[in-house]
Design a binder for this molecule. Structure first.
Ligand code: SAH
Ligand code: SF4
Length: 355
């Protein structure tokens, strides 16, 4: 039987009659958290029975939660075939109230979702890559991560949630299912998470960046750049042999993006490897002509890695150089560091947890 979370609303509408019932089913699943078709009391009994015979409503099971001091939560989620993935809930800015105590801005959340069990790309600094590749996640398994986490935290329907595809896996290596998840997330009868609040992060599969652009989903793009010369990038990310820096930059230049938005370039700062101002200078040059935003990430060490965390002084100097040369640049707060929840470095811990 098929998991109904795999279907876009239009696809579901084709399966049932009358079609508008698909709207109600979406509301039940994504807005009211129904887990059985029997609960869908505004549907005719016959349809409920028919749905139950053809579909399941399957959401990943929460196996473990670790709460970090800063409030982020790392979830270990169990899939139907026994594999596990991890997702992280990052509470972003807190709610703001005016002097009368009225809420003027509600708290926002970001969910970092996984797109694959493992990853084929095998970057030298990444724990996910070390475990090898197991399989792609289905659209239902991607969407289900957010359904499970929203439910667990009682996040109300109208609360803004951002999605970053920065958990385990390379989303563009599972483009079809990721694209489907983007559409299901954004459905107004479902979770209503606009594509503009969804960021796909990639190690730089240039042809897939083009393909994603052609799909014109309206999502934001993040490039895991991490190095400004091909030699170092090849060492850190073997994928660079197939798609070098220039080919990525070209693909980014063609990528359709909302005028008010920017392409994010993630730059993992590693001590004595790419934390010098010469690199900063080359980065400025490389991004010339692109509406970019750089996000500096401290390398987060783990046992057995040859790489080291850079000094704060170096990272700040790097940031200052970019800002002084007209490139927007932020430093990623080390959210959830104490539970090693930093996205993209989840695999090893999860296999520890599942033992
Ligand atoms: N495969 C995609 C998305 C998942 S990785 C990609 O590579 O873009 C998400 C982020 O986690 C990447 O930017 C990666 O650089 C970061 N990351 C991986 N290992 C890390 C580590 N040890 N410390 C800090 N960030 C890490
Ligand atoms: Fe895969 Fe991204 Fe990790 Fe590289 S950084 S191994 S692409 S998950």
């Amino acid at each position: 039987m098929e998991n109904i979370l795999n279907l876009r609303r239009e696809e579901l509408a084709k399966e049932i009659s009358p079609k508008f019932r698909a709207d109600q089913i979406f509301q039940w699943i994504y807005q009211k958290g129904a887990k059985e078709f029997e609960e869908m009391t505004n549907l005719p009994k016959k349809l409920r029975k028919e749905l139950a015979e053809r579909f399941t409503i399957e959401v990943p099971r929460i196996l473990n939660v670790e709460v970090s001091r800063d409030g982020s939560k790392k979830y270990l989620l169990g899939l139907e075939d026994g594999h596990t993935v991890e997702s992280v809930l990052l509470p972003m800015k807190g709610e703001e109230r005016n002097e009368k105590g009225e809420i003027i801005r509600e708290a926002r959340y970001t969910v970092c979702v996984s797109s694959q069990v493992g990853c084929k790309v095998g970057c030298a600094f990444c724990l996910t890559g070390k475990g090898g590749f197991v399989r792609n996640l289905t659209p239902a398994e991607i969407v289900g991560q957010v359904v499970a986490i929203r439910e667990d935290n009682g996040i109300p329907q109208n609360r803004r949630v951002n999605i970053v595809y920065m958990g385990m896996g390379e989303p563009l290596d599972n483009l079809e299912n990721v694209a489907k998840a983007v559409t299901i997330f954004s459905d107004p009868y479902g979770l209503s998470i606009s594509p503009r609040r969804q960021t796909i992060s990639t190690s730089g599969l240039a042809p897939k960046i083009r393909k994603l652009g052609e799909m014109d989903l309206g999502v934001l793009l993040a490039i895991s750049l991490h190095a400004v010369d091909d030699k170092l990038r090849e060492r850190l990310m073997p994928i660079n042999k197939a798609y070098n820096i220039e080919s990525i930059i070209e693909a980014v230049k063609e990528f359709p993006i909302d005028q008010r938005k920017r392409v994010m370039f993630e730059y993992l700062v590693i001590k004595d490897l790419n934390d010098d101002l010469k690199s900063a200078k080359r980065l400025v040059k490389l991004l010339n002509g692109i509406k970019a935003k750089v996000n500096l990430i401290y390398f987060n060490p783990y046992p057995g890695t040859p790489f080291q965390r850079p000094s704060e002084e170096r990272v700040r100097a790097f940031q200052r150089y970019l800002l002084d040369h007209g490139v927007l640049c932020t430093i990623r707060e080390s959210k959830g560091l104490d539970i090693s929840a930093a996205c993209g470095q989840l695999k090893e811990r999860s296999s520890e947890c599942s033992l």
